[in-house]
Design a protein around this ligand. Structure first.
Ligand code: COA
Length: 382
């Protein structure tokens, strides 16, 4: 407390700015722990509601608690009329989906059902329940279709797919999406989570913290990467063209989306997990063409990154296989980042609760590099 140092850490790299029980990343060993579980186990076994409950309550729910939680979410999925009206206007303007999500999330302290308990918890439930509805409703509006009202009987993942297509999804697709949502539910102090914690640390409200987090997530260095990553694969088109394409990109000094990570210096364990989930989805679909192309592009990209940035250990990150998996589930590239938000909002909220429980205003220092001795010159003499 009260400690001051003069060290400047660009990008806060290596700075520990929170204590958390929510998740741990070991970037050298390629390990991700979520609330005590290896991500591989949680991702494949839990429903999204179970994983969320685990983060929010630090314990797996009993059957009764899980049912109550699912019902509470299902009852809160419908959007306030003002939110829907906003989405309709945004669709006319063809606003990008992440921008529409950010705008709509800002309206979510309207029509929040009160349980009589902690209002912040009511707010958390409404945010979690409504994110998929916003993404799906807006996507349909932008395609010129009417939104599909949420299905009360379906879980979060199944209902999201249902609201996009109007058809009840196959169990394998639901499992694939659930594995994805659990995989990205939390990831230590990433940029969007840090943003949320900074905002809540001022004793601001949950909606403000979540809106700020969406703004941080949408950038291409964070959650905006998977769409461009898959677009790149489509542009490459066939394995034989990968090397020339990637080399040209690196020669121009461009970054390859889906590679490199601030913390992981080995292959992101989430990439391995999502690649396996994608393999199942594409095998079930009976066409491995895209899956095989993505594997080939990955291999070339990792080799070329080592050639162009030797010793930097730029490996495949979560976004590369996010793209392959979500595309295999029938989602358009523009829906990848919003779907990331549908999962990560559970983690953002858990971090906000954690920050509030042991709050200290987050307020770092800056090193002044400006001039010290300017003299005021009256306007007419400048
Ligand atoms: N393609 C090409 N070059 C890359 C690269 C990539 N994907 N990622 C990093 N580099 C380069 C950097 O430009 C830097 O080169 P320089 O020192 O010659 O300027 C060097 O490799 C080291 O970068 P590093 O310090 O490891 O990056 P970072 O910690 O600042 O950034 C990311 C991490 C994720 C922002 C970065 O790797 C990136 O932009 N990746 C692509 C976007 C992406 O996939 N984001 C999703 C992350 S989950």
């Amino acid at each position: 407390m009260g400690m001051t140092t003069n060290h400047y850490y660009p990008g806060l790299e290596g700075v520990v700015a929170a204590e958390t029980r929510l998740s741990h990343v070991d970037g050298q060993k390629g390990i991700l722990i979520i609330a005590g579980f290896p991500v591989e186990e949680l991702a494949d076994k839990a429903t999204f509601e179970e994983a969320t409950y685990l983060l929010w309550h630090d314990a797996l729910p009993t059957a009764g608690q899980l049912q109550e939680f699912q019902q509470a979410l299902a009852a809160r999925r419908a959007l306030p009329p003002a939110t829907l009206a906003l989405l309709r206007e945004a669709a006319v303007a063809q606003v990008p989906v992440m921008d529409a999500l950010r705008m709509a999330a800002g309206t979510l302290n309207l029509n929040v059902p009160a349980t009589g308990g902690d209002p912040a918890h009511d707010q958390a439930l409404a945010l979690l329940a409504r994110f998929p509805t916003i993404a799906a409703a807006y996507w349909r509006l932008r395609q010129g279709h009417a939104p599909i009202p949420p299905h009360e009987k379906l879980g979060t993942a199944a209902n999201f797919l249902y609201m996009l297509s109007g058809e009840e999804p196959a169990a394998a697709a639901v499992r694939g999406l659930e594995t994805y949502l659990n995989t990205v539910i939390d990831h230590s102090l990433n940029a969007s989570t840090f943003t949320a914690r900074v905002i809540i640390s001022t004793r601001s409200d949950l909606v403000s913290a979540i809106v700020g987090a969406i703004g941080a997530l949408k950038g291409p260095l964070h959650g905006g990467a998977p769409g461009p990553a898959l677009d790149m694969v489509f542009e490459i088109g066939s394995a034989g063209r990968a090397e020339a394409y990637l080399r040209a990109k690196l020669e121009r000094g461009e970054r390859l989306m889906g590679f490199g990570h601030r913390v992981y210096k080995v292959r992101d364990p989430r990439a391995t997990l999502l690649a396996a989930a994608a393999e199942k989805v594409y095998t079930a679909g009976g066409d491995m063409t895209l899956y095989n192309l993505v594997r080939a592009v990955e291999e070339k990209a990792v080799a070329l990154l080592e050639e162009y940035k030797p010793g930097r250990n730029l490996k495949t990150n979560v976004e590369f296989y996010t793209a392959l998996l979500l595309y295999g589930l029938g989602l358009d590239t523009e829906l990848f980042s919003p779907t990331f938000a549908v999962g990560r909002v559970a983690g953002w909220i858990a971090h906000c609760f954690e920050q509030q429980a042991a709050n200290r205003l987050i307020r770092p220092s800056s090193a002044y590099r400006g001039v010290w001795d300017r003299r005021w010159v009256p306007l007419g003499q400048r």
